[in-house]
Design a protein around this ligand. Structure first.
Ligand code: MN
Length: 611
């Protein structure tokens, strides 16, 4: 049988001595020379000797040759003979049974194990090099030491698939493999292992199919997109990929982000992560502007790149919440794409189609016939349940807070309020939303993680929650009252072409600056009073600053992003930009063109139909 004679075996890196068959031919790699013969490797760690009498040709180190196994002695020494054949067929021997999975390490303390894993982080300590290893069953650390503070296995890089052997130990109550051998797998084996790990990880990362907390047609239609986001986030947690959560710095945005923060940090803990792991793998940061500013992306990239060098971390995923779906985000996305970052968006602002080319997943009620009434906080809480279902009991009241915070008028508002009415009245929810807005103003760019948890009653300390919210609400209301008493006498009234009432207030000179409430909130409060005073009539309120205007409206079918775009084209040198929701938003311009831009804006508002 010709073919049988020409069969040659390639020993996989997981194979041990007992997997070698005497009388068969194997591929081998020349390792070194001695007086009495040539040493060769049969795989990554099994070595044999070709006695000088059995060497048939001349070699240099690293040469690939064929050897016949003549004998395996009791002491483990392997006697080989060099074989020279021109045509042969290679058969790979994959020794799977000797492989341990990371999820099984706890049962192997004190034993030597052999693992095929992906390297998810490489951290150099002042002692050993710590390799974070992942496979389809879990995540564990391995320590390799050559010299204090010196990088072990410098050829192994982040994301490599490697074969590792070593002893399983307990160190500070944590499992750790003391790595005695590590090798990057050759392409063929790598693909097999990668396929196995990926497939199993994908299955694990796929979110459970849970019903939403309320009935909602819009949410049902958004389910596939939400699952996609949940899947990418869960997989990031399983594969040690950091996540940066950027969000709008208002009550709705905070609620959305804190829901997801709670889910992600809980999942990290469940996966065995400690507080240190948590702070490396997850960051939440509010954005002052209602979009992803260059300043924000620059900061995020700066940290990510430093962590990549310093802690051998993967580059992060960017998750945008209550932000991120408009053209204004694109310059920052372009920047993030230089580093191939994955960007996810969960937003309820009117989306620009062009933005989608930067996004791996995008949840937005406008995609399915809904509108901003399904707020980011509602989406965030439901998404959090997909990421980590047990989170629900902590965040059930979040969507109701978001609903009143963002003044949703969608049917979802009432449903979420009813869901928690036994514990939180509508008034309670409004107080929490106001407390969040007030506190975030003073937190500025900080996430205020623990204070925000108390405001949202996420810590189960009801007494402190109540005390804090009531104090913040009192302070906020006093500040609003003071602002209104100062500003209201300066409001100017006119009637527009479409019969809507226009009220303007110069928030630069007739309002306190650099304090709460900021211009947007001040304009909103003034608008609310004017709406009440003019029941049933269409009302537009403009809060005008030196280089910006805040727009609030009721009963006028306007489109702020569209007006901004038109003004930008029509007013040369106006430097117009901005946006927001269709009927609530803001516009920026250069100070010297203020009068031109404002009169252009008012003219456009007067042309929209009224309800
Ligand atoms: Mn919002």
């Amino acid at each position: 049988m010709e073919s049988k004679e020409n069969l040659v075996y390639r020993l996989g890196s997981g194979c041990e001595l007992s997997d070698i068959v005497i009388g068969e031919i194997y591929e081998a790699k020349v390792q070194g020379f001695a007086k009495f013969g040539t040493f060769v490797y049969l795989n990554s760690h099994i070595k044999g000797l070709i006695h000088i009498s059995n060497v048939k040709s001349e070699h240099v180190e690293g040469d690939k040759i064929l050897v016949l196994v003549r004998n395996i002695r009791d002491n483990g020494n392997i006697d080989l003979e060099e074989i020279i054949i021109r045509d042969y067929e290679v058969n790979s021997v994959m020794c799977k049974k000797s492989q341990t999975r990371l999820g099984d390490l706890k049962n192997k303390v004190g034993y030597n194990v052999s693992l095929d894993v992906e390297i998810a982080q490489i951290k150099q300590t002042s002692g050993p090099t710590i390799f974070t290893m992942i496979d389809e069953t879990g995540k564990e650390n391995g320590a390799a030491f050559i010299e204090a503070g010196k990088r072990a296995y410098p050829e192994v890089e982040l994301g490599d698939i490697v074969h590792v052997s070593g002893e399983v130990m307990m160190r500070n109550d944590q499992l750790q493999v003391e790595i005695s051998y590590m090798e990057v797998l050759p392409e063929e084996e790598k693909q097999q292992v990668l396929k196995r790990i990926e497939k199993a990880l994908d299955d694990r990362a796929y979110p459970e199919d849970l019903p939403f907390m309320i009935e909602s047609e819009v949410l049902e239609k958004l389910k596939p997109a939400m699952k996609e986001v949940a899947f990418i986030i869960r997989k990031a947690v399983f594969t040690n990929q950091p996540i940066i959560l950027r969000h709008h710095a208002d009550a709705d945005g905070i609620v959305a982000a804190v829901s997801v923060e709670k889910a992600i940090t809980s999942l990290i803990r469940e996966e065995g992560g400690d507080p240190d792991t948590e702070s490396h793998l997850f960051k939440r940061a509010p954005s002052k502007a209602p979009f992803y500013e260059i300043e924000d992306v620059t900061r995020d990239l700066d940290y990510a790149l430093k962590d990549n060098v310093k802690y051998g971390q993967k580059m992060p995923i960017i998750l945008m919440m209550d932000n991120g779906s408009t053209e204004e985000d694109e310059p920052s996305y372009r920047m993030a794409k230089v580093y191939d970052l994955t960007i996810l968006v969960v937003d309820h602002h009117h989306p620009d189609e062009s933005t989608d080319e930067f996004l791996s997943a995008h949840v937005n009620p406008y995609h399915v016939g809904g509108d901003f009434g399904v707020t980011a906080g509602m989406l965030g809480a439901e998404l959090a349940r997909m990421i980590f279902p047990p989170v629900e009991k902590y965040i059930r009241h979040f969507p109701a807070v978001a609903a009143v915070g963002d003044r949703s008028e969608a049917p979802e508002r009432e449903k979420y309020l009813r869901l928690v009415e036994d514990e939180y009245s509508e008034e309670n929810c409004k107080d929490i939303a106001l407390a969040l807005d007030y506190e975030q103003f003073w937190l500025r760019f900080n996430d205020g993680r623990e204070i925000v948890k108390d405001i949202l009653n996420l810590k189960n300390d009801h007494v402190r929650h109540k005390k804090l919210v009531s104090l913040l609400v009192t302070e906020a209301n006093a500040a609003i009252e003071e602002q209104l008493q100062t500003s209201m006498p300066h409001v100017e009234r006119s009637v527009l072409e479409n019969d809507s009432l226009l009220f303007t207030i110069d928030v630069e000179i007739y309002a306190h600056r650099f304090t709460f409430p900021p211009p947007g909130k001040t304009s909103g409060e003034i608008h609310d009073i004017l709406c009440k005073e003019n029941e049933g009539k269409p009302v537009v309120t403009l809060g005008i600053g030196p280089d910006f205007a805040v727009i609030r409206s009721r009963g006028v079918l306007m489109n702020i992003p569209l007006m901004v775009r038109e003004l930008r084209e029509e007013i040369i040198g106006g430097g117009v930009n901005g946006g927001g929701h269709l009927v609530v938003g803001s516009i920026k311009f250069v100070e010297g063109m203020r009068d031109t831009v404002i009169s252009g804006l008012i003219e456009k508002i007067g042309k929209f139909p009224i309800e």
